[in-house]
Design a protein around this ligand. Structure first.
Ligand SMILES: [Zn+2]
Length: 319
C-alpha cells in the first residue's frame, strides 16, 4: 500500500480514514502577515483552527487535506501544531495560488525552475522542516487561464510527473476554466487520475461537470456553505444527479472552509452570514446537512459515503 505524506509524517494510505478533501486551517496573505504581524492574532487563529478541526473530528474525520499554497499563507509549522493538538492528520501541499499575479522572481525564471521549487517541497521538505508536500496546487479563476496561470499549471504538471504527486486545481465553472486546465495537464502528459479539479460544485451545469469527469479527473463539490457561489440545496441537487449517474468514484465533497481568513475585516463576518452570502460554513456542514439530505434524496448510501469520504481521497493521493 502506498504511503501519503502528512505534517505528522508519512502514513499508509489506508490509514487516512474519513477525510475532508479541501479545507484550510488558516488562510491569510503571507506578505501582509510578514510585514505587519501585529495586525494578526496568532492565538485567535490557532484557537479557531483547533475549534474547527476538533468539530470535524467529532464527526469522525481523521484526515484533513489542507489546500493552502503560496499566497494563502501556507505555514506547515502552524499546520503541524494544529494536527498534534487535535490528533487529526493534516495533508499539506506545494504550489502557487494565484489568479494571475506572479512575483518577478518567478516571472523571470522558466517553468522548469518553478517546478524544481515544488519538487524540493515534495522530496526534501517545506520551509526548512522535514514535512513534505503530498500534492500540488494551482488555480484559475475569473481572469481565466492567463499566461502566468498556464505557467504555474505546467510547472505543477512537470513536478507531478517527476515525483508522482497528485494535483489539485482551483477552478471557476462560471468562466469554464476546467476544460483548459485539464488540457494543459494532458499536454504535459499527466495521468488524469492524478488530477482533481476543485470547485466544480459552484455550478448546477451537470453536463459541464460530467464533461470533466469523462476526461478522467476527480471533481470537487467542495464549497458547501459558500452560498454566494451556489446555495446548498442546488449543490445537493447537482451532487445527487452525479451520484445517480454513477460518478461516486470521481467526487470529493468538502467545504473549502477557512478556520480564519484575512480577506475581510473581522466586523464584516456577521454581515456575510446575515446577507446569506455564507450559511453554516464550517468543517462540519457536510456531515450536519449535506450527507443527511443526500441520504434522504436516496442519492447516497453507506457505500457511496465510504467511496467519497474515504476511498477517493486515498486513491487520488496515491494512484
Ligand atoms: Zn481552497
Amino acid at each position: 500500500m502506498a504511503r501519503v505524506e502528512t505534517v505528522q509524517g508519512p502514513v499508509e494510505a489506508d490509514a487516512l480514514g474519513l477525510t475532508l478533501a479541501h479545507e484550510h486551517v488558516r488562510f491569510r496573505d503571507e506578505a501582509v502577515a510578514a510585514q505587519w504581524p501585529e495586525r494578526y492574532d496568532e492565538q485567535a487563529e490557532l484557537d479557531a483552527a483547533l475549534e474547527a478541526v476538533m468539530a470535524a473530528k467529532g464527526h469522525g474525520v481523521q484526515t484533513i487535506v489542507d489546500a493552502t499554497a503560496m499566497f494563502g499563507g501556507r505555514d506547515v509549522r502552524f499546520m503541524k501544531r494544529v494536527a498534534e493538538e487535535t490528533g487529526v492528520r493534516i495533508v499539506a501541499c506545494t504550489g502557487i495560488y494565484s489568479y494571475d499575479y506572479l512575483p518577478h522572481y518567478f516571472e523571470n525564471r522558466d517553468v522548469d525552475v518553478m517546478a524544481e521549487h515544488f519538487v524540493a517541497d515534495i522530496e526534501r521538505g517545506i520551509q526548512g522542516t522535514d514535512i513534505k508536500a503530498a500534492f500540488l496546487k494551482c488555480a484559475a479563476d475569473a481572469a481565466g487561464v492567463t499566461e502566468h496561470v498556464e505557467k504555474i499549471h505546467r510547472a505543477v504538471a512537470r513536478a507531478s510527473l517527476q515525483t508522482g504527486t497528485p494535483i489539485m486545481a482551483h477552478s471557476m465553472p462560471a468562466v469554464a476554466t476546467g476544460p483548459r486546465q485539464v488540457e494543459i495537464f494532458e499536454e504535459e502528459g499527466v495521468e488524469m487520475s492524478r488530477v482533481q479539479i476543485a470547485h466544480c460544485g459552484d455550478t448546477e451545469d451537470v453536463a459541464y461537470i460530467e464533461g470533466l469527469i469523462d476526461r478522467g479527473v476527480y471533481v470537487g463539490l467542495d464549497r458547501y456553505g459558500l452560498e454566494m457561489y451556489l446555495p446548498i440545496d442546488k449543490r445537493n441537487a447537482t451532487a445527487a444527479e452525479l451520484l445517480r449517474r454513477g460518478h461516486a468514484e470521481r467526487l470529493m465533497i468538502s467545504q473549502d472552509f477557512c478556520a480564519s481568513i484575512d480577506w475581510f475585516p473581522a466586523e464584516a463576518a456577521p454581515m456575510f452570514e446575515a446577507s446569506g452570502a455564507i450559511r453554516n460554513w464550517s468543517m462540519t456542514l457536510v456531515f450536519e446537512e449535506v450527507v443527511p439530505a443526500l441520504r434522504e434524496m436516496g442519492a447516497m448510501d453507506d457505500s457511496a459515503f465510504e467511496t467519497i469520504f474515504v476511498a477517493n481521497p486515498a486513491r487520488w493521493l496515491t494512484a
